[in-house]
Design a protein around this ligand. Structure first.
Ligand SMILES: *[C@@H]1O[C@H](CO)[C@@H](O)[C@H](O)[C@H]1NC(C)=O
Ligand SMILES: *[C@@H]1O[C@H](CO)[C@@H](O)[C@H](O)[C@H]1NC(C)=O
Ligand SMILES: *[C@@H]1O[C@H](CO)[C@@H](O)[C@H](O)[C@H]1NC(C)=O
Ligand SMILES: *[C@@H]1O[C@H](CO)[C@@H](O)[C@H](O)[C@H]1NC(C)=O
Ligand SMILES: *[C@@H]1O[C@H](CO)[C@@H](O)[C@H](O)[C@H]1NC(C)=O
Ligand SMILES: *[C@@H]1O[C@H](CO)[C@@H](O)[C@H](O)[C@H]1NC(C)=O
Ligand SMILES: *[C@@H]1O[C@H](CO)[C@@H](O)[C@H](O)[C@H]1NC(C)=O
Ligand SMILES: *[C@@H]1O[C@H](CO)[C@@H](O)[C@H](O)[C@H]1NC(C)=O
Ligand SMILES: *[C@@H]1O[C@H](CO)[C@@H](O)[C@H](O)[C@H]1NC(C)=O
Ligand SMILES: *[C@@H]1O[C@H](CO)[C@@H](O)[C@H](O)[C@H]1NC(C)=O
Length: 433
């Protein structure tokens, strides 16, 4: 099977409302960090700040300015917060790193006598299907193993709760409504008539959103988030493609970056205004942003690791998300033609839900994968006209890749991607042969 992708898409089957600014309520994915913002910019001499968690109002962090005391009680509640709390000594804001589902709950911030509440929901990341390539499939699992005689199952999508698929067992009717919503689901829906699970094939960012599964009177929610994943080597340029070919008279386009959703570029066609805010965020984007005035696509030149992260493009009311990975570590290895070479993953351990991928060349073609979640090891040696055929050996313990009987056709960059949870956490190496 030939697989060539310029872009990878990361899908996560989970609620994701990481809209940075945390007012009262926020949802994050397991493993993410979240900051609960005190709203203070500085503390006064007699301030006493206390963070409490849960039904029992357990104190988890405290600042007493008079006493010059900053305390994090991360041993409470069976140590669920251990090594995960960061209290900002300037603002009193609390950051919870590497969140777990049992951090879900209410947080109460008391600043002297004033009380502020925050609701945090940490979503469990589903063990499957949260990581697929653009064009790949994702299955939303009903959780049923079979259907009962009088079951009625309905899948709905989006803000308008549009019905996209339905099973009425009594009537013996299975229906997929893939013409709705401008046909964005056309020929992409598969409804399992045994379990009611829904598969969306060849996904695009248009399929991101809320899915509701109604089984008789029970409701189950899914949030499907589609990221376009872009890889770039440090100092290279990368273009984040809006997908537009031209702009309409009343279009408003906005690019935002990072956890705080800082606006970095904007086009308001009505106002005939194109603005690049490259002074924000300590000037890390200064002189590096190019906004295409025809398409709204954004180019970042001379990238550094500071540019890695999430980009959000808002075109009127539509949102498209990008995750940019900046490769900062490149190792070079050389090999004589005909010899073998081992590309060492340097992974010390593999976790049960890791997905490890080796990609080759400018197009980031997938050539080998270990998917611990699906318990699958695959070598794609038919790609690229078979230049790797019978020459790849993937070590299933270490993730290292060996290329045997090398030729000049094997010159190029090898990228090792390690996906842990839903996030791609690092690119370990890129090799130039
Ligand atoms: C803060 O520290 C001061 C000085 O140690 C102490 O008098 C005061 O009671 C403390 N406040 C609280 C709320 O613990
Ligand atoms: C506040 O935090 C900064 C950096 O984390 C540290 O350098 C500084 O000493 C801290 N100040 C106090 C009063 O703890
Ligand atoms: C399911 O089909 C049966 C038989 O045709 C019908 O009576 C019932 O109203 C249907 N249920 C729903 C929710 O459409
Ligand atoms: C369920 O799907 C299978 C395979 O897609 C098909 O063979 C079978 O006829 C279907 N059953 C019903 C009741 O539609
Ligand atoms: C996937 O969707 C794209 C448009 O989004 C289309 O161009 C492409 O042909 C589709 N691929 C398959 C295999 O259906
Ligand atoms: C775009 O510009 C028009 C005209 O100046 C203005 O009325 C409108 O509010 C602007 N839209 C946004 C989202 O800034
Ligand atoms: C759009 O960009 C091109 C080339 O960068 C420039 O020549 C043109 O004047 C720009 N148009 C507007 C409306 O800014
Ligand atoms: C790229 O950025 C680095 C600093 O990050 C700077 O030293 C270098 O001069 C820049 N190169 C170009 C071509 O702008
Ligand atoms: C890992 O590789 C060893 C030796 O190549 C093999 O015996 C074993 O079955 C492999 N394990 C898996 C899960 O493929
Ligand atoms: C190495 O590859 C060449 C073609 O590139 C082939 O002719 C030769 O038989 C291969 N050698 C081995 C030992 O597989």
């Amino acid at each position: 099977m030939k697989k060539m992708f310029l872009k990878l898409v990361l899908l996560c089957l989970c609620l994701w409302r990481l809209d940075g600014v945390i007012g009262e309520s926020v949802s994050v994915n397991e493993g993410d960090s979240v900051s609960l913002n005190s709203g203070l910019t500085e503390m006064k001499d007699d301030d006493v700040i206390q963070w409490r968690f849960g039904d029992e109002n357990t104190v988890i962090a405290e600042i007493n300015v008079t006493a010059g005391r900053i305390t994090v009680y991360d041993d409470v509640l069976d140590g669920r917060f251990r090594d995960r709390l960061k209290l900002d000594n300037q603002t009193g804001s609390l950051t919870i790193t590497n969140t777990r589902t049992d951090h879900t709950g209410y947080y109460k911030l008391q600043i002297n006598s004033e009380i502020k509440r925050f609701g945090l929901y940490v979503y469990r990341v589903s063990g499957e299907a949260e990581l697929v390539m653009e064009g790949d499939s994702v299955s939303l699992n009903s959780g049923l193993t079979e259907m009962k005689d009088d079951d009625v199952i309905q899948w709905r999508f989006g803000d308008e709760n549009t019905v996209i698929a339905e099973i009425n067992v009594t009537a013996g009717r299975i229906t997929v409504y893939d013409d709705v919503l401008d046909g964005r689901f056309r020929d992409r829906l598969k409804l399992d008539n045994q379990t009611g699970s829904l598969t969306i094939t060849n996904t695009t960012t248009e399929h991101a959103g809320d899915y509701i599964l109604q089984i008789n009177r029970k409701i189950k929610r899914f949030f499907l988030n589609v990221f376009v994943l872009e890889l770039v080597k440090e100092r290279d340029s990368v273009s984040l493609n809006s997908g537009l070919t031209e702009m309409k008279d009343d279009d408003v386009i906005q690019w935002r970056f990072g956890n705080k959703n800082t606006v970095i570029a904007e086009i308001n066609v009505t106002a005939d205004r194109i603005t690049v805010y490259d002074d924000v965020l300590d000037g890390r984007f200064r002189d590096r942003l190019k906004l295409d005035n025809q398409t709204g696509s954004l180019t970042i030149t001379n990238t550094t690791t500071e540019h890695a992260g999430y980009y959000r493009l808002k075109i009127n009311s539509e949102i498209k998300r990008f995750r940019l990975i900046v490769i900062d570590e490149v190792k070079s290895v050389s090999v004589k033609e005909g010899d073998s070479v081992s590309l060492n993953s340097d992974l010390t351990e593999m976790k049960d839900d890791d997905v490890i991928q080796w990609r080759f060349g400018d197009e980031n073609t997938l050539i080998a994968e270990i998917n611990k979640r699906a318990d699958r090891i695959t070598v794609y040696d038919d790609v690229l006209d078979g230049r790797f055929r019978d020459r790849l050996k993937l070590d299933n313990q270490t993730g290292s890749l060996t290329i045997t009987n090398t030729t000049t056709e094997h010159d190029g960059d090898y990228k090792l991607l390690v996906f842990r949870k839903i996030l791609l956490i690092k690119i370990i190496q890129s090799f130039c042969l």
